[in-house]
Design a protein around this ligand. Sequence first.
Ligand code: SF4
Ligand code: SF4
Length: 56
Amino acid sequence: MSYIITDDCISCGACEADCPVAAISEGDGKYVIDETLCTDCGACADGCPVDAAIPD
Ligand code: SF4
Ligand code: SF4
């Protein structure tokens, strides 16, 4: 299991700072999650202002 970031992302960067395993980075037009690193903790979803981080 992993979280994913939808096209609703506004590239605020909050989730990158919140992720305990540094699985999130800035991508092309939105932030992206490395599914091989994500531990499914949900911190990114809790801090996202537009609910763009969701369970896959
Ligand atoms: Fe990082 Fe947790 Fe979000 Fe996975 S669910 S990307 S580990 S903050
Ligand atoms: Fe995008 Fe939400 Fe992450 Fe901000 S917190 S970069 S809006 S996914």
